[in-house]
Design a protein around this ligand. Sequence first.
Ligand code: 3NM
Length: 275
Amino acid sequence: MSKLDFKLYVITGENYHPGRTLEDVMREALHGGADIVQLRDKTAKEPELLEKARLLRRLTREFGVPFIVNDYPRLALEAEADGVHIGQDDTGFSEVRELLGPDRIIGISTHSLEQALAAEDAGADYIGVGPVFPTGTKPGRKAVTLDYVRQAARHVRIPWVAIGGIHTGNAQEVLNAGATRLCAVSAIVGSDDPASVCRKLKSMIQTSAGADIMLNGTRHRTQAATLKQLVEENGLAGRRIVAEADGSIIPREGWGETMLRSGMTVELVHFVGGG
Ligand code: 3NM
């Protein structure tokens, strides 16, 4: 599994669990199925932050999931994190990339499609799309609403994760708008039972996986993530196929990278016989 195949992204928020340790709460989240973890702490000084980063590095290794540090690229390297997450106002992307090298993950928060496409062009490995709903975790930031989730589902080609005010009661709306990855802080770490919240969110994500596409003129529900998988799913692998997605012919080499999204129109034309 690639490090960016995650579905449920959990970010720390220690203010939400007074009296419980970071390790306990995050271990429960991992038990519940968190498949990527970010350390986000806007108040700790660097030595303390490094200690927390080392703890979470150990814990995430135990579960075999990637570990990301919010900002602090040098500290992320020191703690052997898999990557760094930066905001629109943080240190520039190119500086962070230079520090981290080509292999580590860099995620960027985005609050509009314009920012998403800019992050994609810059070379981000994934982006955050949010805050979908108003949230006390980022007070004062205006919600981007499900409209931006729908836009992201249509236009963003790198992995993206919906974030902001998401909980088990509204996650389905976010998934219906086209999200395939969810991220939460308060709903998970602020819960008495982080593992069960994670399990619930994870199962909602898994149940709604797949896309509703138009295939050769007919509505088609597919579990395939890519055009290549769709060809395989239809028993057409190895056949002489011309594939068109949203009106453009996609060469065979590009099938694996062409992600299917709900609303997409796909034509698979099978040439029968010689020619
Ligand atoms: N980033 P909760 S929203 C850390 O939109 C963060 O970029 C956001 O916390 C963004 O799940 C957010 O408690 C807060 O709402 C997410």
